[in-house]
Design a protein around this ligand. Sequence first.
Ligand SMILES: [Fe+2]
Length: 370
Amino acid sequence: MVPFKIAPHIALCHSFTEFTASFNVTADDLIVTNAFIDLGIQKAELTARVIFQEKYGAGEPSNQMVDQIFKEARKKPYRRVIAIGGGTVIDVAKLLTLGGEGNTIDYFDGHLPVEKARELIIIPTTCGTGSEVTNIAIMEIKEQHTKKGLANDALYADYAVLIPELLTSLPYKVFATSSIDALIHAVESFVAPGSGAITELFGVKAIETILAGYKKVVTNNRKLEKEWMGDFLLASTYAGIAFSNTGVGAVHAMSYPLGGVYHVPHGEANQQVFTAIFREYKKLQPEGKIEKLEQILSECLMVPAHTIWEVLDNLLEQILPKKPLHEYGMKKEEIEAFADSVIENQQRLLKNNYVPLSKEQMMEIYTALY
Ligand SMILES: [Fe+2]
């Protein structure tokens, strides 16, 4: 039995100004963010030091990006790290709280202890990662040509602060990929072997909120309304709480090679394999948690349970259309190598599957989506 845990304090703020006043942001703080994020105030007005992550590299975080940021951050002492951004900014900020003067790789490869030396406040500006409530940082280790995850309780934020206003200028594509990621966190967590009544509570609320929101997005011809963003932000945090307790499974595992080799954004890569994996689960073990999941989905979407995967596919297609995998550049001869790589590198995730998937079953899924 693993006890249920929510590590950070969670605060809701109406505006960034309310946050800076309530949390007494001063020159001793280090803010990590992106220049394009509209905080509703001029960043020059802040007394805290501000590091713009994109100055140190584009895309998902890498050890080289973080090493450059370490150099800049360590020029002056700081007592707190405040992350304002999406997954990349948050992963970078988690590492900036650690003690020691090492490089990123030293923490990932165990050459330096992973110990919290500073407080961490996380303010997410997308609605998907759930990283504000998890203890994981994921990073590409360039020299080793792989992505590695560092999971350690030292990486938990002290505070997760939710400010829906910061999501109002979210580009549609980022909204779509991040919210689908959140939905998948909730669904994978729900059927994971470690899931129990309390994690289910958070997962189900996330699923209900996201699907109700998607129906509005579709009816509104994909135009996002500001007042919906708070719901998606909360749903993403609920899903984060659920999966930080149970982990996620095969959808995340099988999407990794797409992200790693073809740089498909995380949520988009997950969307490609999501329902195909759940249809396979249903085939392999039709009774059990998946029935309960189908019942919840059928109530949310108001359709009979036996039609649920088709209806969900249609809805998600209208939020973020899927593409055949070859359109991302994937080659047919890579199908087996992808399945091998998932089995070799993603056991951390595969142990959270609803039912085990063999190499052949994974290859069948990739082939059908190819
Ligand atoms: Fe994810």
